[in-house]
Design a protein around this ligand. Structure first.
Ligand code: NAP
Length: 382
C-alpha cells in the first residue's frame, strides 16, 4: 500500500523510481533539498520521455509487421515522419538546453512542449497515412509536351500505372485532347493544359491549375523540346535562343515550380528528358547539345538540393526515337550507326520513365542519367 509522505506527487513518483540515486530526505540544508528535488523532477520527466519514444518505436514495428510492403512504400508525409523521426526528437530535446533559447531538459516547461509536438504529429492531417502506402494513393503526374511523340507515350504509360495526368501542350490541342480521352478511358483523370513552358507566367499558371484540380503533384516529366538545327557558323542567334529557352530554361522553370510543391510534400519524382546528343554532341546541333547537356548538369544539381526532402531528380537521355522530331532524317543511314540497328520507339522510353517516376524500386535513385539509345553512345559494332 502506497503511503502519502507529504511531498508533491511528482517527487513521490521520482523517489519511487529513482530514490536510490538521490536521497532527498537525507539532505541537511534547505538549498540541498531544493537542488536534489529539482534533479529528481528532471529525472522523472526524462524517464517519461524515454517511455514515449519507446512507445513510438513499438507502434512503428507493429505497423511494419502488419504491412511489410510498407517498408518500401511507406508514406513519409511530414506529420507521420515526425512521429517516428527519433533523431529529430533527440535534436529538439537537445535544442531545449539553457542558453539555446529553450528550457532545461526535463524541466516542467520543456517536456510538455515535446509532448505537445509528439501529440500534434500523431494527430496531424496525414496521420491517416499510418496505414496508407504510396501505392494506395492516386498519384498525380504532369508531362510537358504530352500531346505527341515521347511525351504522349509517357502520359499514357503513367496513366496505365495508376497516375492521374496533366497533359501539357503548346499548340496541338486536338492531339492533347485525344491523349486525355485515352487516359480517361483507362479510368484515370486527366486534363490538357496549354502552356509554353519557356514562359514563366504560363508555367506558373499551369502548376496552379494542376494544384487546383488535383491538390498535389507527385511526378513531373520535363519532356517538351524542339530542334532548330544548323551548323555552328551559320546558326542564327534566334535559333540558339529558341532551343535554349525551351529545352533548358523551360526545364528550369518547371523544376522550380514543381519543387515548391514537392519539397513541402516531402515526396516527388522528377524525370528530365535530355538526349544522347547532350552527352556526345552532334554536328548541326550545337544549340540542342548545349541545352540537353545543360539539362544533365541541372538534373544533378537539383537532385542534390532536393534529396533531403525525398524528392528524386533523374534524367533520361534517348538516342534516335521514331517521332515527328526525327521525321525527314536519313533514318536508314542513322540505323547503321546504332548497334541495335534500329530507332527506338516512344513506348520504350516511356517504360524507363515510368520506372523512374513511379516504381518503388527507383526510390533510391537520384541524380543519374539513363541513356536509352540502342547502344549509339558506345559506337557501331563491327
Ligand atoms: P515531338 O514529337 O516533336 O513532340 C514535342 C512535344 O513538345 C509536343 O508535345 C509539343 O507540343 C511540345 N512542345 C513544343 N514546344 C513546346 C512549348 N513551347 N511548350 C510546351 N510544349 C511544347 O518530340 P519528341 O521526339 O517526342 O521529343 C520529346 C523530347 O524528347 C524532347 O525534349 C526531345 O528533345 C527529346 N528527345 C527526342 C529524341 C528523338 O529522337 N525523338 C531523342 C532524344 C531526345 P505541341 O504538340 O502542342 O506542339
Amino acid at each position: 500500500m502506497q503511503q502519502y509522505d507529504g511531498r508533491a506527487p511528482e517527487d513521490q513518483y521520482a523517489s519511487r523510481n529513482l530514490g536510490s540515486m538521490v536521497n532527498v530526505n537525507g539532505s541537511s540544508s534547505k538549498r540541498k533539498k531544493q537542488v536534489a528535488a529539482s534533479a529528481l523532477r528532471r529525472a522523472a520527466h526524462l524517464h517519461r520521455l524515454v517511455e514515449s519514444v519507446l512507445a513510438a518505436v513499438l507502434v512503428r514495428k507493429m505497423l511494419l509487421f502488419a504491412n511489410p510492403a510498407g517498408i518500401a512504400t511507406f508514406n513519409v508525409s511530414k506529420p507521420l515522419s515526425n512521429v517516428f523521426d527519433l533523431p529529430r526528437i533527440a535534436r529538439s530535446y537537445i535544442r531545449a538546453r539553457p542558453g539555446a533559447g529553450g528550457s532545461l531538459p526535463g524541466s516542467a516547461s520543456a517536456i510538455p512542449t515535446l509532448r505537445a509536438r509528439l501529440r500534434r504529429s500523431a494527430t496531424g492531417k496525414a496521420a491517416c497515412g499510418l496505414v496508407a502506402s504510396v501505392a494506395d494513393v492516386p498519384k498525380v503526374a504532369l508531362v510537358t509536351g504530352g500531346s505527341r511523340g515521347i511525351g504522349r507515350a509517357v502520359a499514357l504509360e503513367l496513366a496505365r500505372s495508376g497516375c492521374d495526368v496533366v497533359v501539357n501542350y503548346a499548340s496541338a490541342e486536338a492531339a492533347a485532347s485525344e491523349v486525355v480521352a485515352q487516359i480517361q478511358a483507362m479510368g484515370r483523370e486527366a486534363i490538357a493544359v496549354k502552356a509554353d513552358v519557356s514562359n514563366q507566367e504560363q508555367v506558373e499558371a499551369m502548376f496552379a491549375q494542376t494544384v487546383e484540380r488535383f491538390k498535389r503533384l507527385d511526378v513531373l516529366v520535363n519532356n517538351a523540346g524542339i530542334t532548330r538545327d544548323g551548323l555552328l557558323l551559320r546558326m542564327k542567334k534566334e535559333q540558339w535562343s529558341q532551343v535554349i529557352d525551351l529545352n533548358l530554361t523551360g526545364v528550369f522553370l518547371c523544376l522550380q515550380a514543381s519543387c515548391k510543391l514537392m519539397l513541402k510534400q516531402r515526396s516527388g519524382r522528377i524525370v528530365n528528358i535530355s538526349s544522347v546528343v547532350g552527352q556526345i554532341g552532334n554536328p548541326g546541333q550545337a544549340n540542342y547539345a548545349a541545352a540537353k547537356g545543360g539539362v544533365l548538369s541541372l538534373t544533378k544539381a537539383a537532385a542534390k538540393e532536393c534529396a533531403s526532402r525525398s524528392v528524386t531528380v533523374n534524367a533520361v537521355a534517348p538516342g534516335f526515337i521514331a517521332t515527328e522530331m526525327t521525321h525527314g532524317l536519313p533514318l536508314d543511314e542513322i540505323a547503321k550507326g546504332i548497334p541495335l540497328g534500329r530507332l527506338g520507339q516512344p513506348e520504350e522510353v516511356a517504360g524507363l520513365v515510368r520506372f523512374l517516376a513511379t516504381d518503388p524500386a527507383a526510390a533510391y535513385i537520384t541524380g543519374h542519367i539513363f541513356t536509352i539509345d540502342g547502344g549509339l553512345a558506345i559506337g557501331a559494332s563491327g
